[in-house]
Design a protein around this ligand. Sequence first.
Ligand SMILES: C[S@@+](CC[C@H](N)C(=O)[O-])C[C@H]1O[C@@H](n2cnc3c(N)ncnc32)[C@H](O)[C@@H]1O
Length: 310
Amino acid sequence: MHQRRFKFQQSNGGQLAITLACRAPPEEQAGRTLTWQIGDSNASNNGASEQPADAAGSAAPAAPASAAAAPDLIGLDIWPASIALCRYLAAHPQLTEGLDVLELGAGMGLVGLAAAALGARSVLLTDYEPEVLAHLASNASLNGLQQRCSCAQIDWRAPSQGLATGQRGSWRLVLAADVLYASVVVQPFIDTLLLALHPQGVALVGHQVRRAIVLDPASRLPRLEECDEPLERFKAACAAGGLAVRLLGSRQTCSYVDTDPMVLLAVGWPSAAEVLERLPEPAPNGGSNGSSIRCDGSSDGNANSELQST
Ligand SMILES: C[S@@+](CC[C@H](N)C(=O)[O-])C[C@H]1O[C@@H](n2cnc3c(N)ncnc32)[C@H](O)[C@@H]1O
């Protein structure tokens, strides 16, 4: 495991620093864009049943069919949308201050730990993969945030098993980064939001737009899909489930080799419409306040990205 240090510029001029033990070395992380070969025949399985391909479209080894058969370790890496979401939170600490926060699909916990460091009263860091959960707990300790953070297993496919009765409909702030990485995870994720969100609550979802590489049936040549299928499915399924979605920001990234846009979405019940409306937009261009949802290296001197890997 590598230790990586992330720094985010805060609106008060300070810096928020989070250290994580995670799997991928930065150069490997930077060079990767995942696309997913999506098949609805996998719908009864989890996201791990889908096959990642690298940026050149070459198929990676088949992912496991179930977490029981082989662990789904996608959460051991740090995904760019989590950095983007952290920047937004660091620029707007009032969004987390004093709140009990739920993070879904936390992976290494960058977003939830940032929320705790920014003044959330408590953060429940959740994931479904036991090995990922073990790292989550140790990352909380690594940052001295174990008092304010707890970890729990929540599987979106059975959210009522992970959320106690008293926790249902109670969360005023839910955070999730890069959880819409495959179509099959979209509906279970929304089911979890529907169960978790307080009537006045909001979920902030950071997402890197990814258009899958598909084989054109006519030409037999690879081509990029027209749109990000999981994202479109997410918007449609939110509407079908009665949730309102506000696009807070969308911009091109310059994250090493990734050129796909980063989007930040806010989701809530119609009764939270005013709360959604009041949410600040991310600052343009990754400006000096560091609140942009751009996700990149530290080339602009904003000190917003990982500075050290050991
Ligand atoms: C692409 S990773 C993103 C991790 C982290 N949020 C980040 O941005 O670095 C997706 C995360 O969702 C979790 N996940 C996938 N399917 C899940 C499910 N059915 N229930 C709960 N978590 C799930 C994975 O274990 C992983 O941690």
